[in-house]
Design a protein around this ligand. Structure first.
Ligand code: ASP
Length: 327
């Protein structure tokens, strides 16, 4: 069948889709939005998501329901959003794992760079290397010796291959040139419960999940992965200071939508994200948790796209050199 043309040479189907898009952009959002967290409830990504979602929903005038789809280092939740309708009603809040899993997994249910549209960056969270309260070593050098000497028995929690805790564990293994026993969870919320209960020994996790426990003395902290010490954990040295030169990593978080979501919708969400990141409640809670909201210019589709592309390229050779892949 011949393509129908309008007077201006635009195909009828294209014209209809343009009209539908602008109608959607004018009315969006009309109903509840689902924001998928690819990890368990109560963990750091979940904490960040709930704070931001609550604030964004005030501006959008619609509720944002947070859905936890944990497992496989965040790739199950990302896959769920990749295959959702591209109508702005299913979103994903994921972290650096979006970039590392693109290389770590030989087979993913989605093509990372082609399955999503971008809303914007949310925050960049440092990590802390922590352990159960009664683990013997008192400083990072001691912990390193202990982990080397007990490599077959010391257990290190993570949220699965591709998770931030997995990445930090991988960096630790390569710095120590030692393999140790890892225990995967669906998120580091439940892993923290086990660390507090003494069922697992060590973890490296975002400060959004560790600050309160470190301050309360219910877990031991050996180092933070930021370039400088953190204001609310002034006694905890950086990994660099404590004996691991170059051991720095920040866990950036971003919001995504399925590929094909209209630009008007992602722009609308980006504006709402920018407002949320200036919400005094979000700013104050982020500060308590040891992180800062992304600047307005970063909470944009273009900034998140550039970040993801850059981070996939940055981590690819590191992961390939480590040679540990998942199927
Ligand atoms: N902190 C976790 C990670 O290792 C994820 C989470 O539970 O939020 O990526």
């Amino acid at each position: 069948m011949k393509t129908m043309k309008t007077l201006f040479g635009i195909s009828a189907a294209f014209a209809v889709s343009l009209l539908a898009t602008s109608a959607l952009a004018q009315t969006y959002p009309e109903r509840t939005i689902t924001m998928v967290v690819p990890f368990s409830a109560g963990g750091p990504t979940d904490t960040v998501t709930r704070l931001v979602a609550e604030s964004m929903s005030k501006d959008l005038g619609q509720q944002i329901v947070v859905e936890n789809v944990g497992g496989a280092g965040g790739t199950l939740g990302a896959g769920r959003v990749a295959s959702a309708d591209a109508d702005g009603y299913t979103l994903l809040l994921h972290h650096i794992g979006m970039a590392t899993s693109a290389t770590l997994y030989r087979k993913l249910a989605y093509d990372t760079l082609n399955a999503f549209e971008y809303v914007g960056l949310v925050t960049d969270v440092p990590m802390a290397i922590v352990a159960r309260k009664d683990l013997e070593p008192t400083d990072l050098k001691g912990l390193i010796e202990y982990m080397k000497a007990n490599k077959d028995t010391v257990t290190v929690a993570n949220a699965g291959i591709g998770a931030a805790s997995h990445l930090c564990g991988m960096m630790l293994m390569s710095a120590l040139q030692t393999q140790f026993v890892t225990v995967p969870y669906k998120g580091t919320g439940p892993a923290m419960t086990d660390l507090l209960g003494g069922q697992v020994d060590v973890m490296c996790d975002q400060t959004t999940n560790t600050t309160k426990q470190i301050q309360g003395g219910t877990i031991k902290a050996y180092a933070v992965t930021s370039p400088a010490r953190l204001g609310n954990l002034p006694d905890i040295p950086t990994a660099e200071e404590a004996g691991l030169p170059g051991f720095q990593v920040g866990i950036w978080h971003g919001i995504y939508a399925p590929k094909g979501t209209p630009a008007e919708v992602t722009e609308r969400l980006s504006k709402s994200l920018q407002l949320a990141l200036k919400d005094p409640n979000v700013v104050a809670r982020f500060a308590e948790l040891g992180t800062v909201p992304s600047a307005e210019a970063e909470a944009t589709p273009a900034a998140l796209k550039a970040k993801l592309e850059g981070e996939i390229a940055r981590w690819k050779p590191v992961i390939e050199a480590a040679g540990q892949f998942a199927d």
